[in-house]
Design a protein around this ligand. Structure first.
Ligand code: NAD
Length: 280
């Protein structure tokens, strides 16, 4: 895929590229989402992260159709909701998502949560492998999986997930999960890359100074840190001005001292749900 100048991509275990920075649309109402995604595509985003449970796939689809951006220049992710997990229900759920999105395939389909109390994620993974085989998802992966969940699908399945999308930000750096999955070639995606606004990034000691040194905002520093860590990010904003700000992170580099200082900000501070508890 051809990305606008300067933007970075990583290569998935499928051999296909993934734009390293995109837009997330969690909690963006269907009403507003078409405008938000159109704005994002206009200012240069080529990667959109949605999910069945966000209830805005139709709006994402309308924006894509109106944008005029070629399908093969876009990377679209959606996710399978917990109640749709299962051998027979997974294909139907993807068919519904594709219809809402107005697409023939998604670039990435994720199991949204392991939902361990339901205990059907292993058979769900096998169904995901079939969808990949049919070309309906160009890559398949998981979200919120801990190493023990990954181990079970690696043992039962024949495809290594391309992605594990997990909560990840400076105060919660997921070193254990990443240490497990990255040697297997599983790319890490960060959700809540800015901590979901649930704590003040400016409270992280030293971050403000790094931002001043580079003449960038704290948010831009955090996003740049993710990129240099080899992580995929899709910060959420509905404001066009912030979309431009968040995308303006390809024209500078953090030093190894900056990277080490941010690494030291890890405080094991989870702001979202623990994967064992996401059994809705
Ligand atoms: P985020 O860390 O992207 O934070 C979003 C908040 O940051 C919003 O309040 C926004 O107003 C603010 N913000 C964004 N840019 C800013 C800027 N430049 N300056 C100041 N404030 C700024 O949190 P998120 O939306 O939860 O995560 C990003 C995406 O990750 C979601 O939209 C969704 O696509 C995905 N996600 C996935 C899961 C999952 O379980 N897989 C869970 C949550 C989110």
């Amino acid at each position: 895929m051809k990305l606008p100048a300067q933007q970075l991509s990583l290569t998935l275990n499928t051999g296909d590229p993934i734009p390293q920075l995109g837009l997330g649309v969690f909690k963006v109402d269907d009403d507003e989402c078409e405008r938000v995604v159109l704005d994002a595509l206009e200012v240069g985003y080529r990667h959109i992260d949605t999910a069945m449970i966000y209830r805005n796939e139709a709006a994402v689809g309308r924006a894509i159709a109106r944008s005029g951006v070629a399908r093969d220049e876009l990377f679209v992710t959606t996710k399978l909701w917990n109640s749709d997990q299962g051998k027979d229900t997974t294909p139907d759920a993807l068919a519904t998502s594709l219809e809402l999105l107005g697409l023939d395939y998604v670039d990435l389909y994720l199991i949204h949560w392991p939902a361990p109390l339901r205990d059907v994620y292993v058979e769900t993974w096998l169904a995901m492998e079939d969808l990949y085989g049919q070309g309906l998802a160009k890559a398949i992966g998981v979200s919120n999986f801990e190493p023990d969940h990954l181990e079970r699908i690696l043992e039962a399945g024949s495809i290594v997930p391309a992605i594990n999308q997990v909560e990840l930000h400076p105060a919660f750096q997921q070193r254990k999960v990443r240490g497990f999955q990255e040697p297997l070639g599983i790319v890490t995606e960060a959700w809540g890359p800015l901590g979901q606004g649930k704590y003040e990034l400016s409270e992280l000691e030293g971050l403000e100074q790094i931002a001043q040194n580079h003449g960038k905002s704290i948010q831009q520093i955090v996003l740049r840190w993710h990129l240099q860590e080899g992580v995929v990010v899709f910060p959420k904003t509905v404001q066009k001005k912030r979309m431009v700000e968040n995308l303006s992170v390809f024209d500078f580099e953090l030093s190894s001292d900056d990277m080490a200082a941010i690494k030291a900000m890890d405080a094991d501070k989870r702001v979202g749900t623990h994967p064992e508890d996401g059994n809705w």
